[in-house]
Design a protein around this ligand. Structure first.
Ligand code: S3P
Length: 186
């Protein structure tokens, strides 16, 4: 069973979704509940690059950021028993997406625009949100990305609810997916 911590074959659980969807907070809590190790891909990109995400965008450009992000995620997906929170754009790169599909169980934390705008206003350091009004930028990203996120293995609607409620939904989704997904994932 997914919620028992004894299963050593559990494939990485990868959280996808837009900035502010709660990937990090839900991911940390989910990992604790399942006895898994939590990793934030953005933090690993920062470690690998040796500078902050705004600095990478400013000095080297978004393409360089995406290249490092892809390499970092591929490396991390070699780890066992992890919950990996990815940056909102990671799943948009077809190579990264295919890699996630082949090696992990993907969970999309789907959130409405108001939730995303509210949550992202509380934390700086997201260069894409400086390119226009956060409301417009996020609305535009929803239009582009939500159809692509939609092929995740598990889709969870998260609104202004407590983290625990979202985690409960993810665990229920994992248990349900366990019946349908390839047995190698579990
Ligand atoms: C990005 C999301 C950010 C970070 C970078 C780009 C995006 O991560 O990877 O600023 O393209 O949506 P979070 O989704 O964790 O904020």
């Amino acid at each position: 069973m997914v919620h028992e911590t004894t299963n050593t074959n559990l494939a990485p659980i990868v959280l996808i979704g837009l900035m502010g969807a709660g990937k990090t907070s839900v991911g940390q809590c989910l990992a604790r509940r399942l006895g898994l190790h939590f990793i934030d891909a953005d933090d690993e990109v920062v470690k690998a690059a040796g500078c902050s995400i705004p600095e990478i965008f400013e000095v080297y450009g978004e393409k360089a950021f995406r290249d490092v992000e892809q390499r970092v995620i591929e490396r991390l997906l070699g780890e066992e028993r992890i919950v990996l929170a990815t940056g909102g754009g990671a799943y948009m790169a077809s190579r990264t997406r295919n890699y996630i599909k082949a090696h992990a169980i993907s969970v999309w934390l789907r959130a409405d625009l108001k939730t995303l705008v509210d949550r992202t206003s509380k934390r700086k350091g997201r260069p894409l949100l400086n390119t226009g009004s956060p409301h417009k930028v996020l609305k535009n990203l929803m239009d582009i990305r939500y159809p692509v996120y939609g092929d995740a293995n598990i889709i969870i609607d998260t609104g202004q609810e407590e983290i625990k409620s979202s985690v409960d939904k993810v665990i229920a989704g994992l248990l349900n997916a366990q019946q349908n997904l390839e047995s190698e994932f579990f």
